[in-house]
Design a protein around this ligand. Structure first.
Ligand SMILES: Nc1ncnc2c1ncn2[C@@H]1O[C@H](COP(=O)(O)OP(=O)(O)O)[C@@H](O)[C@H]1O
Ligand SMILES: [Mg+2]
Length: 236
């Protein structure tokens, strides 16, 4: 099954002579169970691509389908719902709330679902166990290392059982050992069936993932496992 499909996606920032097109007519599919790196030099459009895939941003032209649904024409409220229910995000900056424990930060990932607090905390505890941080649940981000903070952020991204985990330079703020631990965690999650897209400018990281999409100047320069047009190109 193709989870995310981009058809002829273009993204232009600004208008008139200042307009900058950063994605050019992209076609790309992400299959359920994919473990994919998006690699390329700084400014090649990786983050923009991730934002469009994750419905954080709209394409200027083209279509984005999520689990078969065209999200291009959805209202902002509907897009928020797609994000909250189906997607998990991890960023270079962890975006954890400082005054709250790891457990509460993770539980917040369920606020949108209307899950009651005891159940939120139970699931958050489970998610923290999954990333190996069950014992640190009561600590606040300032009491945790960068690597631990990123694992808390991964737990928060997973707690609602998203279809896809999207990560933008998830090891960018980490030393090598902590970064490797985060990638080992992704490997495990992928073995357990998760669909994961990791944006990175680090070829070494990309090299360990089964699928690598290389971006250059807003275009896919190479894709090691392209999704066949028969499934990626469906229109209705
Ligand atoms: N909100 C924005 N407004 C204007 N230009 C932007 C915006 N976001 C990104 N860009 C530009 O788009 C290009 C691609 O950026 P980005 O997707 O962040 O690349 P990467 O993640 O590969 O470094 C860059 O030239 C960047 O300056
Ligand atoms: Mg980027």
């Amino acid at each position: 099954m193709t989870v995310v499909e981009l058809h002829g996606v273009t993204k232009t920032y600004g208008t008139g002579p200042a307009a900058l097109t950063v994605l050019h007519d992209l076609d790309l599919g992400v299959e359920a169970g994919d473990y994919m790196a998006v690699v390329g030099p700084s400014g090649s459009g990786k983050s923009t691509l991730l934002h469009v895939m994750g419905a954080l941003d709209r394409p200027s032209t083209g279509r984005v389908r999520f689990a078969g649904d065209d999200v291009t024409a959805m209202s902002d409220a509907a897009l928020s719902r797609v994000r909250a229910v189906h997607l998990g995000f991890v960023f270079q900056q962890f975006f954890l709330l400082d005054g709250r424990s790891a457990l509460e930060n993770v539980a917040d990932g369920l606020l949108y679902q209307g899950v009651r607090r005891p159940e939120r905390l139970r699931r958050a505890r489970e998610a923290l166990d999954r990333v190996g941080l069950g014992a640190r649940a009561g600590h606040t981000p300032t009491e945790l290392s960068g690597g631990e903070c990123q694992r808390v952020a991964v737990a928060r991204a997973l707690v609602h059982g998203p279809r896809v985990l999207l990560a933008d330079e998830p090891t960018g703020n980490l030393d090598q050992a902590s970064g490797a631990a985060v990638l080992d965690l992704f490997d495990t999650l992928h073995e357990e069936g998760a669909t994961i897209v990791v944006v990175t400018h680090d070829e070494h990281i990309a090299g360990r993932l089964p699928r690598v999409v290389s971006m250059r100047d807003g275009r896919v320069e190479h894709d090691t496992c392209p999704v066949p047009p028969s499934s990626a190109g469906v229109t209705s």
